[in-house]
Design a protein around this ligand. Structure first.
Ligand code: SF4
Length: 77
């Protein structure tokens, strides 16, 4: 199993975000400044490199990022 990013729902790809406290009316580059998924990951497996990326070698499938994402963009696959 692996954590996958649904790019149609991920604010770092779409520019629209439901994250609490996000100043999303601004440009895409400034979208989702909160990035709760990155904050939630205990293994630093999540990187924002022109969009959220999951390092599957670091991920231990704890699922915390799935719970943290308010856009429902992360799923265990
Ligand atoms: S499942 Fe856990 S370890 Fe894997 S990316 Fe999400 S928060 Fe990080």
């Amino acid at each position: 199993m692996a954590i996958v990013v649904n790019k149609e729902q991920c604010c770092t790809y779409t520019g629209t975000c439901n994250c609490t406290g996000c100043q999303c009316e601004k440009s895409q580059a400034q979208c989702c400044s909160t990035k709760p998924c990155v904050e939630a990951c205990p293994t630093d497996a999540i990187k924002d490199i022109n969009g959220i990326m999951i390092d599957q070698d670091l991920c231990d499938e704890c699922g915390l990022c799935i719970d943290a994402c308010e856009n429902g963009a992360l799923e265990m696959n």
